[in-house]
Design a protein around this ligand. Structure first.
Ligand SMILES: [Zn+2]
Ligand SMILES: [Zn+2]
Length: 313
């Protein structure tokens, strides 16, 4: 059986990860994996990228999303509104499609509560509405939920849904023939922030490490090309998963060392020790990353918390 063609379109993205990879599986129904960020430029460039492959947005019948981040879901609503495509995302992230908040206030509220818990000083806090809100061109759309183990029927095979929570709670990878679409779960050049990508949820690091273990051996058992959400395809996922696991283990140890030297630090202070001076949204990302590690250290009884101050037991 010949595998259908898979095209990659790299859509510009103002975030540090660089361009977002959008993939199109050329079969029936023509299926798009992720859609780029919600700006008019990205939407335009996505249309241009499709045209270069001999397609138009009207050819896309199904959109499947690896996770709820704006640089992945941004143009899904438009493809549905203009051309009626079906949209799918993991069941715990459907609200990011069918109940979008164009003001960004909902996100700003959650971020404010977390920054309070982390004891981030008022003067360093970013205006979080800048991060989620007014400047995105996005509207609510209809969406269907995905669950771990789902198999979406498609000519020439099926697309298997592998739930890989961690980067966000509803992150998924998709396996189709000899392709593994890894979203932001496993990227070739970046260690995805764990904690800052899903401020509503807790325990993300332990989910993330479990999810790395879940996909680590997939390319050892079978020859798969890994297609990430940013960056170039990889021939193996095993080594990268091991590197990421090692990176987080080192960070856990680093925090323990910090708390051996200084006792009774806030999350913000620990993030400063780890990352130095943080500015803008990096305050949220740095604190969230530190906190996700602290949660795991508390589970392991290596750290204790009292009134938002952390110490060795
Ligand atoms: Zn992401
Ligand atoms: Zn991303």
């Amino acid at each position: 059986m010949n595998s259908p063609r898979v095209d990659r379109i790299r859509v510009p993205n103002p975030f540090v990860e660089g361009r977002t990879c959008v993939y199109v599986i050329r079969t029936d129904p023509v299926t798009m994996i992720d859609t780029g960020i919600a700006t008019e430029k990205a939407s335009h460039d996505l249309g241009e990228g499709l045209r270069e492959q001999g397609l138009t947005p009207a050819d896309i019948k199904r959109v499947i999303l690896t996770h709820k981040h704006i640089d992945h879901i941004g143009n899904a609503w438009k493809i549905q509104q203009d051309h009626g495509a079906e949209i799918f995302i993991h069941e715990c992230e459907t609200a990011s499609i069918n109940n979008v908040d164009p003001t960004g206030n909902r996100f700003a509220d959650i971020a404010r509560r977390r920054l309070d818990d982390w004891r981030a000083p008022e003067e360093v806090r970013p205006d979080t509405r800048d991060v989620a809100g007014p400047h995105w061109t996005i509207e609510s759309a209809e969406v269907s939920p995905l669950f771990d183990g789902d198999r979406l029927a498609i000519a020439d095979g099926e697309i298997e849904v592998i739930h890989t929570p961690g980067h966000t709670m509803g992150s998924v990878c998709f396996k189709f023939n000899n392709y593994l679409f890894s979203g932001d779960h496993v990227l070739p050049n970046i260690s995805p922030n764990v904690g800052g990508g899903d401020l509503k949820n807790r325990g993300l690091l332990s989910h993330y490490l479990d999810s790395l273990a879940k996909v680590r051996d997939l390319t050892r058992d079978e020859k798969l090309i890994v297609m990430p959400g940013h960056g170039d395809p990889m021939e193996s996922i095993t080594e990268r998963c091991n590197e990421l696991i090692h990176h987080h283990e080192e960070r856990l140890d680093q925090i323990v060392k910090i708390l051996k030297r200084e006792s009774g630090l806030t999350v913000y202070e620990i993030a400063q020790r780890l990352f130095g001076t943080m500015e803008g949204f990096h305050v949220v990302l740095g604190c969230a990353e530190a906190y996700s590690h602290l949660e795991m250290l508390m589970d392991q009884s290596r750290v204790v918390e009292q009134e938002c101050m952390f110490s060795r037991p």
